[in-house]
Design a protein around this ligand. Structure first.
Ligand code: ATP
Ligand code: MG
Length: 313
């Protein structure tokens, strides 16, 4: 049995459509993911995240290269793969004209659970996802956030060893999102491998043991949070709260060419790439002869790393 849960080798996916030039959505990616890992695939819009997820879940066919799930090749053994995975895609369908409960039951039956077990699980999952009050409503009548909730709830009905989630938290309120993140961690502890994509970097920061950042179909960084932070050594977040915001501050900061800048009332927040000593110098220049209520300098967050690695230079 293969050790890795997911193996991708030189994967290429080119989309051809009539009248449009071909799109090289994935341009030679290779990575593998250990079992029991929560693996985060990050990247800006159009980076190729969903395309990779679709290749691994047998929903599209790679143009070149190979992908395996638990040792099974997605092209040669798609049924073996499908039997072992559950998937929430960005645009995952739910059966609009079925009730919430029947959506869950149908999914469980489809995955081969016997009727008694399917019923028991359904009630558990309805409870866990706070869907019990909506159980008898048709999916089509739900709000967008609740529909998303049903989509994500479905994959907790079954215990496939590998779980794929494409932007799972879209439209979820923060309370449910927090709960779902807890469930995902619990599933990983029990040995399930989870691959997710997200645009919300704090989510990845909190959940993922292993992160791959991609852009334009290629890998730009890979590692756990600690490793990624080392990668962007020399990136600092600075927050300065002035008693009164100096009028020229925006121009002064722009001259420092920050990776990011935000001004909120009397507070300026900026992300700088510079040597440590130089950062402190710059901060004291900004603060000189001004009444400053608070200064904070900290190391890079995942968001800084992401911006640094994926922005156009
Ligand atoms: N079916 C398709 N036909 C043609 N081009 C496609 C198709 N699906 C995706 N693409 C293109 O492939 C590229 C990668 O798309 P993909 O959906 O994988 O990106 P993504 O990283 O998931 O983006 P997002 O963060 O917006 O979800 C984009 O340029 C997209 O327009
Ligand atoms: Mg996508």
């Amino acid at each position: 049995m293969s050790e890795a849960a997911l193996e991708v080798e030189n994967l290429v996916k080119v989309y051809h459509s009539r009248r449009q030039p071909p799109v090289r959505a994935v341009d030679g990616m290779s990575f593998s993911v250990a079992r029991g890992t929560i693996f985060g695939l990050l990247g800006p819009n159009g980076a190729g995240k969903t395309t990779i997820l679709k290749a691994l879940t047998t929903l599209n066919r790679p143009t070149a290269g190979r992908a395996r799930v638990l040792g099974f090749d997605v092209v040669a053994q798609p049924l073996e793969v499908r039997r072992r995975i559950s998937v929430v895609l960005q645009e995952t369908a739910i059966e609009q004209f079925l009730s919430v409960r029947d959506n869950l039951l149908t999914f469980a039956r489809f995955h081969g659970l016997d009727s008694a077990l399917a019923r028991r699980r359904t009630e558990e999952v309805l409870e866990r996802f706070h869907l019990a009050p909506e159980a008898d409503r048709k999916a089509i009548d739900l709000s967008g956030g609740y529909r998303r909730r049903v989509q994500v709830a479905k994959v907790f009905m079954v215990t496939t060893p590998v779980l794929f989630l494409d932007e799972f938290s879209t439209g979820m309120d923060p309370i449910l999102k927090r709960a779902v993140m807890g469930y995902l961690r619990e599933e990983a502890r029990q040995g399930r491998t989870i691959m997710l994509t997200t645009q919300i970097l704090s989510e990845a920061e909190e959940l993922c043991d292993d992160i791959l950042i991609m852009n334009k179909g290629r890998q730009v960084a890979r590692g756990d949070l600690h490793a990624l932070k080392l990668l962007s050594e020399g990136v600092y977040e600075v927050a300065i709260t002035f008693e009164r915001l100096p009028e020229t501050i925006e121009a002064e900061i722009a001259r420092l060419a920050p990776l990011r800048m935000k001004i909120n009332q009397n507070t300026v927040e900026l992300t700088l790439k510079a040597e440590e000593g130089r950062v402190l110098e710059l901060v004291s220049e900004l603060a000189r002869n001004r009444r400053v209520l608070r200064v904070e300098v900290s190391g890079a967050s995942l968001e800084d790393i992401f911006v640094e690695l994926t922005q156009e230079k």
